[in-house]
Design a protein around this ligand. Structure first.
Ligand code: M6R
Length: 364
C-alpha cells in the first residue's frame, strides 16, 4: 500500500496535490467563479461569532482559519484547544456557530467539546476527514475533507485539506456577510485552484530539504518562527519535528523572540524562519537578524524575492513559489512536513508510529 514510498507519512505528503484538488472540487464552482459548500443547510448571514475548537495539528489549522475568517468576513473568532474549552466555561451565545476540526472525527476531547457546545445551543459545524465518524454524524453542518485514509500518526494531508476547506468556508461566510464582492469571490476561487500546482512546486524541493536534514538532526532544540498565518505554521512545524524526530522544538510568533526565547539561541540552535515576502516580511527579517547576530543557524523558507533580500543571513534557504496569501499557508506546510520527515529518517525513528502516540486519541 505504500507503493514506492518508504513510509506512509512520505506517501501522504506527496499525495497532497491530488487530495487537495479532490477536496477543493467539492467546494468550488470554477465556471461560475463561486464557492459552494457541500452542505447548504445553514444560513450563514446571521452568524456573528465563530468559536473554533480542535486538538494538535487540527488546532493549528483552526488558528490559520481565525486569521482568514476575521480578515475576510470580519466575524470575531474565539479559538481553544479542546481539552481546555469546556473547563473555562466559555460564553456561548445561543444560535452562534461552533466549528470543530478533526481528521479522525473521534478525538475524545474534541467530541466532548462538540457535545458541550451543542448543549449550549450552538450550531455545530465540523471539518472532518472520516465521513462515518461520530463527529461527522453529530454535526449540523458537515464540511468534509477528502484527504483519504491517513495512516501515518503525523497528520499531513489532512492538515492541508483542512486549510483548503477553511479557506473556502471563510470566503463563503464573507460573501454571506456582504464583505466580499462577486469579483473578489471569483478571484479567491482562482487562487484556491492554483493551490495544488503551487504545492507540487513545493514538493519538488524534496531533495534539497533532504540534504538539509543534517543541519537539524544533531540539535537538541529547534525554534520555528513566523508571523500572521505563518505563526500557526511555525507551531505546526515544531509539533511535526517533536513528534517524529523526538527533538525538542518550539514555534514562536517571530516578534515574541525578544521576550524570552532569544536567550536560548547559540550556534547549536537551528532556527527555521517562515517568511514569505509581503506585509510581515521586514519585521520577521529583523527578528531573524537578531537570531543571526547571536550565532543561531537560520534556515529561511521564503519565495525568490524574500530569499534575494534576506538569504545571506541564512545557512540554508528553501524557495517556495510566490503564492496568494490565502493559499500560502497551504504551500508552506509542505517544507515543514518534509523537513521533519527527513530529520526523523536521519535519526532512524519509527516515522509512522512514533513512540507514545496514537493516531486517534480517544481518551480525555
Ligand atoms: O483526529 P484529530 O484531527 O482530531 O487529531 C488531533 C490530534 O491528535 C492530531 O492532529 C495530532 O496532533 C497529530 N498526531 C499531529 O501530527
Amino acid at each position: 500500500e505504500k507503493g514506492n514510498y518508504r513510509h506512509y507519512m512520505q506517501k501522504e505528503i506527496f499525495e497532497q496535490p491530488i487530495v487537495l484538488a479532490q477536496t477543493l472540487q467539492s467546494y468550488l464552482r470554477p465556471y461560475d467563479g463561486e464557492i459552494s459548500l457541500p452542505d447548504n443547510r445553514l444560513e450563514l448571514s446571521t452568524i456573528n461569532r465563530v468559536t473554533i475548537v480542535a486538538c494538535g495539528t487540527s488546532f493549528y489549522a483552526g488558528m490559520v482559519a481565525k486569521y482568514w475568517i476575521e480578515r475576510f468576513a470580519r466575524v470575531p473568532v474565539d479559538i481553544d484547544v479542546a481539552s481546555e474549552f469546556r473547563y473555562r466555561d466559555p460564553i456561548l451565545v445561543q444560535g452562534e456557530l461552533s466549528l470543530f476540526i478533526s481528521q479522525s472525527g473521534e478525538t475524545a476531547d474534541t467530541l466532548a467539546a462538540l457535545r458541550h457546545a451543542k448543549e449550549c445551543g450552538q450550531v455545530i459545524a465540523a471539518v472532518i476527514n472520516v465521513p462515518t465518524s461520530t463527529m461527522a454524524r453529530e454535526a449540523d453542518l458537515l464540511l468534509p475533507t477528502h484527504a483519504g485514509p491517513e495512516i501515518g500518526v503525523a497528520s499531513t494531508k489532512a492538515f492541508t485539506c483542512q486549510l483548503a476547506v477553511l479557506a473556502a468556508f471563510a470566503a463563503r461566510l464573507a460573501r454571506a456577510k456582504g464583505m466580499l464582492s462577486a469579483e473578489e469571490e471569483a478571484e479567491i476561487v482562482e487562487h484556491l485552484q492554483e493551490a495544488p500546482e503551487a504545492m507540487q512546486q513545493a514538493l519538488d524541493h524534496d531533495d534539497d530539504i533532504a540534504s538539509m536534514a543534517h543541519l537539524v538532526s544533531p540539535a537538541r532544540d529547534v525554534l520555528y518562527l513566523g508571523r500572521g498565518p505563518d505563526y500557526p505554521l511555525a507551531l505546526e512545524g515544531a509539533l511535526k519535528l517533536k513528534e517524529i524526530s523526538y527533538i525538542h522544538a518550539e514555534g514562536y510568533a517571530a516578534g515574541e523572540m525578544k521576550h524570552g526565547p532569544i536567550a536560548l539561541i547559540d550556534d547549536q540552535v537551528p532556527v527555521i524562519c517562515l517568511a514569505p515576502s509581503g506585509p510581515y516580511f521586514d519585521k520577521t527579517v529583523s527578528n531573524m537578524q537578531e537570531v543571526a547576530a547571536r550565532g543561531g543557524k537560520i534556515i529561511l523558507i521564503s519565495d525568490s524575492e524574500g530569499i534575494d533580500e534576506a538569504g545571506d543571513d541564512a545557512i540554508a534557504t528553501i524557495e517556495m513559489p510566490k503564492a496568494h496569501p490565502l493559499i500560502q499557508p497551504i504551500v508552506y506546510a509542505v517544507p515543514v512536513q518534509l523537513l521533519a520527515y527527513h530529520v526523523a529518517v536521519a535519526k532512524g525513528t519509527d516515522v509512522d508510529q512514533p513512540r507514545n502516540l496514537a493516531k486517534s486519541v480517544t481518551v480525555e
